[in-house]
Design a protein. Structure first.
Length: 256
């Protein structure tokens, strides 16, 4: 399992080349740029050029990008929605210099209730990003009534947009459906159960550690823990479930 890390681990501290080097020295090769000010100042062309040059000089895989979410792109206020889309475009200018693997998008505010018009605004946001930058968009599961697995799947079926997927965030509910990527942003969790869900759902996408202002050592320790558990599960899922006292799934789940 290749576990990556988000630059969110530096909190509000400015994203510098020294801090990126810390990630590389910790042997993280998959990196997600967390576009939240004042951390990653994507509006500063000098900062952007430095980041692009650093990835090229170190021959690292292209990063993923977490789009800004200070503005609610599903707001009932059209000016706020437009401000959010403008932030997306400014942030995505980096894609002209360094192709992103995919981008992660937030839908709505915490605890925001669902309204059918949210699908229209979501369609507009995804279409704007894809037409502007041509990148794959992953919609992140959140603690509201809009960005649940079921709602996102409903949107995907209704919108019929290509290159749209789901990023499951471990802080927001359980992994109960297939997703395209995983964000881990809670340090205390039943890790064997999560690995078991990966096996049941045949998940093999990117896993990104998204700790807030945690120490990098904690991220490295968790990466090792997840890799060890993944190897155990790969050796024998039956023994893995017995060892960690996990319930055996129903037959139809195993056959997915």
């Amino acid at each position: 399992m290749d576990v990556g890390i988000s630059t969110r681990c530096f909190g509000a501290d400015a994203l510098t080349l020294d801090r990126l080097e810390r990630l590389r020295r910790a042997e993280f090769t998959q990196i997600e740029l967390h576009a939240a000010l004042p951390g990653f100042d994507y509006s500063n062309r000098s900062v952007v050029r430095d980041v692009v040059r650093w990835f090229g000089e170190n021959e690292l895989p292209a990063p993923s990008l977490h789009l800004p979410f200070e503005k609610n792109i599903l707001s009932s206020n059209r000016f706020e929605r437009q401000a959010g889309l403008d932030q997306f475009k400014r942030c995505l200018e980096i894609n002209d210099l360094l192709r992103m693997q995919y981008v992660v998008m937030h839908l709505g505010d915490p605890h925001q209730e669902f309204n059918p018009v949210a699908f229209e605004h979501t369609y507009a946001a995804v279409a704007t990003v894809q037409s502007f930058a041509g990148v794959r968009v992953l919609l992140e599961t959140l603690d509201n009534d809009i960005a649940t697995f079921a709602r996102i799947e409903e949107f995907k079926k209704a919108a019929q947009l290509t290159d749209v997927g789901i990023c499951y965030d471990t802080k927001h509910g359980e992994l109960d459906a297939l997703c395209d990527a995983v964000h881990i942003d809670d340090g205390e969790r039943d890790w064997p159960r999560l690995i078991d869900r990966f096996v049941v759902l045949a998940f093999d996408g990117p896993v990104t550690l998204e700790f807030g202002e945690e120490k990098l050592a904690k991220a490295s320790d968790l990466r090792s823990r997840l890799r060890d558990l993944s190897d155990e599960a790969a050796d024998s899922i039956e023994e893995f479930r017995l060892k960690y006292k996990l319930p055996f799934p129903r037959l139809e789940e195993d056959e997915r």
